[in-house]
Design a protein around this ligand. Structure first.
Ligand code: CA
Length: 291
């Protein structure tokens, strides 16, 4: 392993996304949203299991009970990894069939946050939701264009959030005990020529790693100053999401997409859609399962 990205899974995904580390099983979950696939990558074995979930899938997180909680086109579902049985939990946007769930992840207290978007990204009809341990769903706010990256500061006082169409990382005051958020403000502002800010994770030093769809890279930012500190370039332009994993949480897994590339671009980028791994020289935070 090195500072140069290597291929973790040569999946050639249409829209690889939703990377999530399961520290108990040492699995890396990721999704191909438009192919309706959940992938279970076991780095130690070099394996990748693909589960067809039958509808668009935005995110998957492990639960304390040993299942997965999924954010799908039609709401939240539980998945038994052994039997692959899907059980509906709730669909907060049953009245908006043209919306689907996109990125989601657990906060440091094990609550699941996930947001929605219009299927083609047309219009601010999305929203951000929080699912508590009792599976109650709490809408946080609407008016979202493309709900994407989420992260929480190591001191559990701040939540970071990317609505791609805003070209910024927003910060909120975050109440670790209740999950309440308040006082939205811009922490980092991007230029549209950098690409579209997409997935995001945070490292143990509290610095944010932001993926740029169309930008061909993941970049590290200080959210206090908005300053860019480092970057990792990928051999393909649509970089969608990243998370730290591995036994020491020192491996950054990065998903990419073939979506929206022309035939010519696909010929120039034969590695598009693969899942990559890289060691950036800093570690991530221990992930917390749902519930
Ligand atoms: Ca995304």
């Amino acid at each position: 392993m090195s500072h140069v990205p290597e291929i973790a899974v040569p999946a050639a995904a249409t829209l690889g996304e939703g990377v999530c580390w399961d520290a108990d099983r040492q699995y890396l979950y990721w999704v191909d949203i438009l192919e309706k696939e959940l992938h279970v990558h076991e780095p130690a074995a070099g394996s990748d299991r693909c589960i067809d979930v039958g509808q668009y899938i935005g995110a998957a997180v492990p639960t304390a009970a040993g299942e997965l909680l999924l954010a799908l086109h039609h709401g939240f579902h539980r998945l038994d990894l052994e039997t692959e049985a899907l059980t509906p939990v709730s669909d907060p946007e049953a009245d908006q069939p043209d919306n689907r769930f996109n990125d989601g992840k657990c906060d440091p207290a094990g609550r699941f946050w996930a947001g929605t978007m219009q299927l083609e990204g047309q219009g601010p009809t999305g929203a951000l939701y929080r699912v508590d341990a009792d599976l109650s769903v709490h809408k946080q706010f609407g008016g979202v264009g493309i709900s994407n990256g989420l992260a929480w500061s190591p001191d559990h006082t701040t939540m970071y959030y990317i609505d791609t169409v805003t070209y910024e990382v927003a910060a909120f005051d975050y109440d670790h005990a209740t999950g309440a958020i308040a006082n939205r403000r811009a922490a980092i502002t991007f230029s549209p020529d950098m690409g579209h800010p997409d997935g995001m994770t945070i490292d143990e030093e509290g610095m944010l790693w932001v993926c740029f769809f169309g930008g061909g890279r993941v970049a590290r930012f200080d959210p206090a100053s908005g300053t860019e500190l480092a970057e990792i370039r990928l051999p393909t332009s649509n970089v969608t999401n990243c998370v730290f994993g591995g036994p020491d949480l020192d491996t950054l897994f990065v998903s990419t997409a073939r979506l929206m590339l022309t035939e010519e671009q696909l010929a120039e980028q034969p590695l598009a859609g693969n899942l990559f791994r890289v060691n950036p020289g800093v570690c991530g935070l221990e992930p917390v399962p749902f519930g």
